[in-house]
Design a protein around this ligand. Sequence first.
Ligand SMILES: Nc1nc2c(ncn2[C@@H]2O[C@H](COP(=O)(O)OP(=O)(O)OP(=O)(O)O)[C@@H](O)[C@H]2O)c(=O)[nH]1
Length: 914
Amino acid sequence: MTSSPTPSRVFAALRRHGLALLVPCSILAITFGGYRDNLQKEEASRLLLFQAQARVQVNHLRERAGSLLQLAEKLHTLRPESTGKRPDGLGPVLAQHPEILRVGVLRSGPGGSLITDSAEPSPSGPLPASAASLRDALPALGGKPMLSAPYALPGDGAQGRQAVLILSPLPGTRREFAFIEVGTEPLLRHGVAPDEGLSGAPRFVVDVLDTTDAPRPVFTSAAAPGSHDSTTKSLGAYAEGITLAQRHWLVIVSPGAAATGALLDSGSGRWLVGGLLLTLLAIAIQHTVQSRADAVRRQVDEKTQALAEANDALGRYIGALADANRRLASEVDEHARAESQLRETTSLQRAILDCAEYAVIYTDAKGTIRVINPAAERLFGYRADELIDKATPQILHPDEHAPRWTLEGSTIGLISLPPGAESHSAEFDMRRRDGSLFPASLSVSIVRDTLGQIRGYLGIIADITQRVDAESRIRHLAHYDNLTSLPNRSLLNRHLADVLSAARARHRRVAVLVTDLDHFKYVNDTLGHLAGDQLLLAVAQRLRTGVRDGDLVARTGGDEFVIVLADLDETYLPEEAGERLIASVARPFELAGHQLTVTMSVGIALYPHDGVDGDTLVKNADAAMYLAKERGRNQARFFDHGLSRRYSERLELEGRLRQAVEARQLALYYQPQVDTLSGELIGMEALIRWCQPDGSMVPPDKFIPIAEECGLIVPIGAWVLREACRQQQAWLQEGISRVPVGVNLSARQFDDTTLLATIQAALAESGLPPAYLDLELTESLVMGNPEHTRQVLAECKQLGLQLSVDDFGTGYSSLSYLKRFPIDRLKIDRSFIADIVTEPDDAAIAQTIIAMAHTLRLEVIAEGVETEAQLALLRRWRCDAYQGYLCSRPLPADEMTKLLRQLRATRQVALANI
Ligand SMILES: Nc1nc2c(ncn2[C@@H]2O[C@H](COP(=O)(O)OP(=O)(O)OP(=O)(O)O)[C@@H](O)[C@H]2O)c(=O)[nH]1
């Protein structure tokens, strides 16, 4: 990211650098200001100090020179005895005065020449001419030493080494002088106070200017001559005039290297240097700080830039993160929804599994049980944890070596799966925990994973015991009689076919015996249907035990049994077998607390004599049985070909009855029921009659049983209901009848599920009010199946019908039992009424029935009243009504119409007479 120099940035830079310069500049200014002030102060104090020190130096020089002069004066005491010899005791002196170049004696020679007399050859050679000039001045000294003007030492010429001579006249002589040659440079050097030097460097440079002779500069700077005791204004030099041996020297003291001093030696210098250093330090610090600040700023800028970029990136990242978050949130939502659905589905599946009626077992691919539901626990009697991880065959199947539920590609699988199929079902026995086996239906489905690999097998197991039992029952019913468990007609026919086929092949005889109990209906009617059943059962057992094992005993309906005696040789007498069976049945039975004796009629037909096929043989045996009945019952009869005609007649009667129904040859007759006291019509009973086209009548006791046997009774009964309702409604509409009409219901009708619908249809069709219809049921019918009866009667009562119990007294049922049913009246059977006049028992029974019925608020009608005596008794016993020949025989409808009209007319006449 590039930045442009904005005003704020320029201002910031100026402020930054201005501040940076301000500090060193300030220090510099303070430094220089301080330096100048210090310098001035130092100048002043140094000048004062320098002057004082210079004076000390001058004095020191003066003293040293004076010391030399004194030495020169003493030299005559050291005068050597002979020339050329050094005076004794001079050594230590010379050691103290290294400026002394040589010591000697001068003699003024002839002509005034000076003769040097020195023990040592002088490095300076002969005395210079200038020294010789001193000779002349010496006498004027008066014996005082004198000092020569400086002269250049030989060899030094341009070098400027100078020396002076101090001459001192030797006492006693006029021409001899002791002299000391003093090097001016050592003198001046040693003239400086030795303790004033600093580190060996002379603080002062002392020069002298000889003012006696023509001045010669011996130093580089000097004050003006004569300015004694004057100090230069600057620190450059200090000059002071001194007089030595009548010679005037201007001593000039200049600061030496040490005196001038290093800049650092002075306070101002140190101040300046310190200030500069401080400035430099400040600059350095400033620079360092600035550099560091710059570096920091650069870093900050870089970091800021990086931060900005990072911020941008972060922004983008946060944006992306937000997007990702949104996506994640939506995915999480989706996931949560899916999870919730999954949970729901899982709990639903669990609930389905838990509630499932069928046992569900899931095994892995190896057939090991993994999941089991409660229904399976119940079915097999195990807890789930006892079955989990167990292999299916060891637990659930009878055969431990049975293969597991591995289906695919396995030909030995428990259920071999057809190629390509994903599930299959089979039925076989499975084992419960207690070891018991039960028939099961197992439906196994392959469970695959998403890759299509087999994960396991889901088995749904149903206990099909009931179904198997039902099927077995159905199979049994198809071939066996329900009551006695004997083979039925169907199995009989198959068996007969087999037996006859074998007999044909082996030329053997076969006997077919048809047996029928005599008057079995009476047992039913008197002891009840249940007792009848028990009797049939007992008879079946006796018949079964009365024949050989290989013989067949079948029940073909009602009280009829058919026995097949197969593989008979010529010696076998089937009539004996028949007699034996009759005898066995004739033995008394214990039924419902009663001892009962029944007889049986038997008809016999023989293969091949009486027929070569099963149907013919059974039909002929049946005909023979009817012959036995006709001949007095309780006997066995062989078929003869005359019988065949009679049997055919019965079949023909059945056929004609069917036609009669269709041809409307059946008619209803009506028998009045009248009040025993008033003789008024209180009702009438419809009775069926069969009027053949030739005008002859077939009695009801002849065709009703046939109608019941062949089932025609149901359509006939329906017709009776319709016709009675229609006729009654006609009378009602004519206004000649205000009494109900009674219609008999047979047992078959009563058991028919369409009975109520039939009644409702008859009422609706005719428009007859239900109260004018009276249903008459036999006592045995009512008591046969009380529950069913109560239900049907209740529904009939709801319709508004009247209900009567017909033939009461024959069924031994108690009256109190009857009160459970919504019955309106009882009809005492004609068998009790017939002898009430002559038989006290019958009279007592009839009287009791009447009395008890009244206590139950039931109306009582006596049947079959034929005499006035009977009627008189009935009146006495307060029987409500009666019917019978005494009043009227059953009348055809038209006659009944006439009667009703007459009755109405009579009533009207009677009323008119009033
Ligand atoms: N208890 C009972 N009765 C039955 C059964 N099947 C038919 N019946 C009755 O058995 C009786 C058979 O009567 P029939 O054989 O025609 O007449 P019967 O009274 O025996 O008189 P005869 O045969 O002429 O001697 C009828 O009343 C039927 O209602 C049954 O399974 N149980």
